[in-house]
Ligand binder design. Structure first.
Ligand code: FE
Length: 341
């Protein structure tokens, strides 16, 4: 009881220091209330599942939102005084970095291991994926036929010269794709592939949504974006003239990344935190994530949003998503070397 009270005060102090960070869903914290404090760099889609968890267990969730970098710095600065029990963020590279920095602890949970496929979680169980995002080849349905597309590598074919839109190389989605290619193909082959893209003089755009809009506006014919940005645009305008193509189906499978979570190294409510993650990995909660955010559930038992379901099934690259972290620095160096801006 004393510990819970002191955590409440710690969190209140943390809130006072937050400055630019927004606090969402902060509840009064009576001493008897069981709670989990979540630091979240994931900004949408989890609320219905959090509310269902509280209804089911009586455990309250207090959440602090911030950017990944801000929350990392915060956790490091707070050390063992942190009120945070759970770190929730996007991209396996970020979770890998958090684990490597000692911010997360190993979770002993057969339930999590059963619910989340092995390639979508840390081999040492310091973080697990909760949702899956696909790096899709996206194309203009008026000017490109699906049969013209095949792999990420083939976007270096000269036929796409001046027709390709890519995200900047410095953005984590691009870094994770290149990092996974390094794991799959080695540095030399990956450098050749990325050199092929740059030789096609791609239009570099720093937003997935803007890439999709550029394709619709005729500025380019093909691009690479996360699938849920396209789903959002199609939810607003079913006639939006862009479709996804699942890359590398005959070879390595299409590149996927995750949003996910882990229990912090100094969690004060460790058991409740693991209980929360177990619930979030259940088909019931996974369906809620998928419905709201258009992401794919990490748990294959859960269904997908109808807009996404229309795109059919595909094979994921089953290389562990930890590659996004392991080869992130190598991916950045490689992009620089071949002149991918
Ligand atoms: Fe995103």
């Amino acid at each position: 009881m004393h510990r819970i009270r002191s955590v409440g005060r710690g969190a209140a102090a943390a809130l006072a220091l937050l400055g630019g960070l927004a606090a969402v869903g902060v509840l009064a914290s009576p001493a008897q209330t069981q709670e989990v404090v979540v630091y979240s760099a994931r900004h949408y889609g989890q609320e219905p599942a959090f509310e269902a968890f509280t209804r089911k267990t009586g455990i309250q969730i207090r959440m602090l939102n911030g950017g990944t970098g801000e929350l990392f710095e915060r956790l490091k600065a707070e050390g063992d005084r942190t009120p945070a029990d759970v770190l929730l963020t996007v991209d396996a590279g970020n979770l890998w970095n958090a684990a490597r920095s000692g911010l997360l602890q190993k979770m002993d949970s057969p339930e999590l291991q059963a619910n989340i496929p092995a390639h979508l979680r840390d081999p040492e169980m310091r973080w697990v994926g909760l949702t899956v995002r696909v790096r899709a080849i996206v194309y203009d349905t008026r000017r490109v036929k699906a049969a013209e597309l095949s792999t990420y590598e083939a976007l270096g074919d000269p036929k796409w010269k001046g027709r390709l839109c890519l995200r900047t190389s410095g953005y984590v989605y691009t870094q994770s794709l290149i990092a996974t290619m390094i794991k799959r193909h080695g540095e030399a082959r990956t450098a050749e592939i990325v050199r092929g893209w740059t030789a096609n003089q791609p239009v570099i755009i720093n937003s997935d949504t803007k890439i999709l809009e550029a394709i619709a506006a005729g500025r380019c014919d093909v691009g690479l974006t996360n699938h849920y940005y396209l789903a959002r645009l199609l939810a607003k305008d079913p006639a939006f003239p862009v479709a996804p193509f699942w890359a590398n189906q005959a070879t390595t499978g299409t590149h996927v990344n995750i949003s996910g979570a882990g229990v912090t190294a100094h969690a004060k409510h460790r058991a409740q935190a693991i209980k929360l993650l177990e619930f979030l990995s259940s088909p019931e909660a996974q369906q809620m994530f998928a419905d709201v955010s258009f992401e794919y559930p990490a748990n294959p038992q859960a269904g997908v949003n109808p807009i996404v379901a229309r795109w059919g099934r595909f094979t994921q690259d089953d290389a562990n998503v930890a590659a996004a972290g392991e080869f992130q620095a190598a991916a950045t160096r490689l992009a620089d070397r071949v002149g991918y801006k």
